[in-house]
Design a binder for this molecule. Structure first.
Ligand code: G6P
Length: 366
């Protein structure tokens, strides 16, 4: 079927707006009928696995980096993450009781497919998380979990990223349940937060106008720094990637704790710094990093939830306020303002949002 823009100016904005619906569908798909447990296809037993190796490219790689935090913190399972083009030529040893997991929207990325073939016969199991169930990566996996995002046309990935995150989080919750690393109460709280995600994301989308205003200012910058800690570090990387891809503004991301080890030298009044600061266990540390930026005349764009805003936003240049959410799910929520910021910045600059120069939706050659 032909996919149209559904009244939006670009596929990218349509795909951003679709997220509450497609994520709601993915959550329902991977919940048991009564909604009280994660139900994955196949006979995955995470008690028989000692470690996971996750491999991907681009945005899917950042989904893997996020999933590493989830699998390690929630299921106490060691995870390695690698970029497919590095992994395949480094030819790393694959120890026993290792599962290899490949994440790919298209399921056809040449480097990711080659990395999968390298693991064939070495890993205990080959899993994939894909948007295209008939793709090469899905077909060559022992088990392929669809993300159910629907066709994604915009070259810059949006809804596929958040659907990848949703499926990866649900896998980590299944692993936590099987390995007994979370209390039943905690597990049930997280499942409720997942069921509530579509509503939470709709509230975040209401920030569209506010973000568009912030983006008009951002569009005048020649460099932008993204900062985040913990689960917000991979999200900062994804925010910087989105901005580069479609607005052509140079952007990079750092783990907030690394600020003093280099990027702080760049801070001046010309450098906008986007700080992702959900009210999680690292909030105070993130705020103190933000103060270091402000003290050097840096311009802070603070993305936070309502409660955190009050005392922290004081001196920020721009503030984007999101609904409160269980910190475990924050990457899925904070992806929305990261996408909208890139989108509106690109629109303000007049670039080709859906077909950015030099980029391809799916890189099927090396
Ligand atoms: C290209 C696209 C990116 C995507 C990456 C991996 O670079 O422009 O948006 O994240 O490939 O694609 P995949 O289909 O494997 O997720």
């Amino acid at each position: 079927a032909r996919v149209d823009k559904g009244g939006h100016k670009h596929f990218m904005s349509k795909e951003i707006a679709e997220q509450p619906r497609v994520i709601g569908e993915a959550v329902r798909h991977y919940l048991s009928d009564d909604g009280n447990a994660v139900a994955l296809p196949g006979d995955l037993d995470f008690t028989q696995i000692d470690r996971m190796t996750m491999v991907a490219c681009g945005t899917a790689y950042y989904a893997c980096l996020t999933a590493k935090y989830w699998f390690e913190q929630l299921a106490q399972m060691p995870v390695e993450v690698d970029i497919a083009s590095e992994f395949r030529y480094r030819e790393p040893p694959i120890p026993a009781r290792t599962v290899a997991l490949f994440v790919s929207q298209s399921g056809e990325t040449a480097d990711t497919l080659a990395a999968l073939r390298y693991c064939d016969g070495k890993a205990d199991k080959i899993l994939s998380v894909v948007n295209v169930p008939e793709s090469s990566i899905a077909r060559e996996s022992d088990l392929a979990l669809p993300i159910l995002a629907g066709a994604e046309i915009g070259v810059a990935s949006t809804k596929a990223f958040t659907c990848q995150l949703t499926v990866l989080l649900m896998m980590a919750l299944k692993a936590a349940e099987q390995r007994g690393t979370l209390t039943p109460e905690r597990l049930s709280d997280l499942l409720s937060a997942l069921r509530a995600l579509p509503n939470t994301l709709n509230t975040a989308l209401e920030q569209d106008g506010n973000i568009a205003n912030a983006a008009r200012k951002l569009s005048e910058a020649s460099d932008v720094l993204f900062l985040g800690r913990g689960l917000m570090y991979p999200l900062a990387l994804e925010g910087a990637l989105k901005l580069k891809e479609i607005s052509y503004i140079h952007a990079e991301a750092y783990a907030s704790g690394e600020l003093k080890h280099g990027p702080i030298a760049l801070i001046d009044k010309h450098l906008p710094v986007v700080v992702m600061a959900p009210r999680d266990g690292l909030f105070d540390k993130t705020v103190s990093n933000m103060q270091e930026v402000l003290a050097r005349g840096g311009k802070v764009m603070l993305v936070t939830d309502a409660e955190g805003t009050v005392e922290a936003a004081g001196d920020a240049w721009q503030t984007i306020t999101l609904p409160a959410i269980d910190p475990v799910l924050s990457p899925i929520l904070y992806a929305v303002p990261a996408q909208l910021l890139a989108y509106h910045t690109a629109v303000a600059k007049g670039t080709d949002v859906d077909q950015p120069r030099n980029l391809a939706k799916s890189v099927t050659v090396e």
